[in-house]
Write a protein that binds this ligand. Structure first.
Ligand code: AMP
Length: 218
């Protein structure tokens, strides 16, 4: 795929595959992936001022306040690497975030990965992530060759703190209440691409690539 410019938002519930598909796009197409969730987790790990502010919110599965999240994305989108293309993985997550984004950038499309809640629960509670390179596994559907060790880099695999069942349920509630209205928001602008996120990642990625072209400028 030959892209001049590709500015995308990835919507969908937690565990819909936004991170996996945006990492595939970053590797295969060179489009920078920006994940607010990764930025917050790094801040928590490094115990920065931001990390200390958001730690409890992430652990409870709630949303970080709009003002803070918007300021972080506004700054990140001023970097030269994202002038032509980006994938926002996990932002915006509320209508005020989407309205703020519209004032400083013009996304080509919002891609909504649809997955049912029961599959989300299965996916997230079994998810394992490499501490070193961020590769994603699943205890049942995509186990590593050696238990607890990343196939790609040998790093240690761990369960994200917020992938515990109770937290996943809280994250799903936040999704339905705060984020789902964005589907109507982008549909109303004629910028919504809906994709079935329930098949395996390669299938979802292939569908995404074959459908996204009609939203991009030639
Ligand atoms: P994620 O990795 O995208 O599932 O994000 C992990 C957590 O980071 C979420 O459960 C929220 O607590 C927080 N977070 C990520 N993105 C946002 C956002 N756009 N607005 C508010 N909170 C966010």
């Amino acid at each position: 795929m030959n892209i001049q410019s590709m500015k995308l938002i990835f919507l969908g519930p937690p565990g819909a595959g936004k991170g996996t598909i945006s990492k595939m796009a970053a590797e295969r197409l060179g489009v920078p992936q920006i994940s607010t969730g990764d930025m917050f987790r790094t801040a928590v790990k490094e115990k920065t001022e931001l990390g200390l502010r958001v730690q409890a919110i992430l652990a409870a599965g709630g949303l970080v306040p709009d003002e803070l999240t918007i300021a972080i994305i506004r700054e990140r989108l001023s970097w030269p690497d994202v002038r032509q293309s980006y994938i926002l993985d996990g932002f915006p997550r509320t209508i005020p975030q989407a309205e703020a984004l519209a004032a400083f950038s013009s996304p080509d499309a919002a891609v909504d990965f649809e997955v049912r809640d029961d599959l989300i629960l299965f996916r997230l509670t079994g998810r394992r992530v490499c501490r070193a390179c961020g590769a994603i596994y699943h205890a049942v559907t995509k186990p590593p060759k050696v238990d607890g060790i990343c196939d790609l880099c040998g790093g240690e695999l761990y369960t994200r703190n917020d992938d515990r069942e109770e937290t996943v349920k809280a994250r799903l509630r936040a999704y339905h209440e705060e984020t789902e209205p964005l589907i109507g928001y982008y549909a109303g602008k004629g910028r919504l691409l809906t994709i079935d996120g329930s098949p395996d990642a390669e299938t979802v990625y292939t569908t995404f690539i074959s459908e996204i072209g009609r939203f991009l400028k030639k």
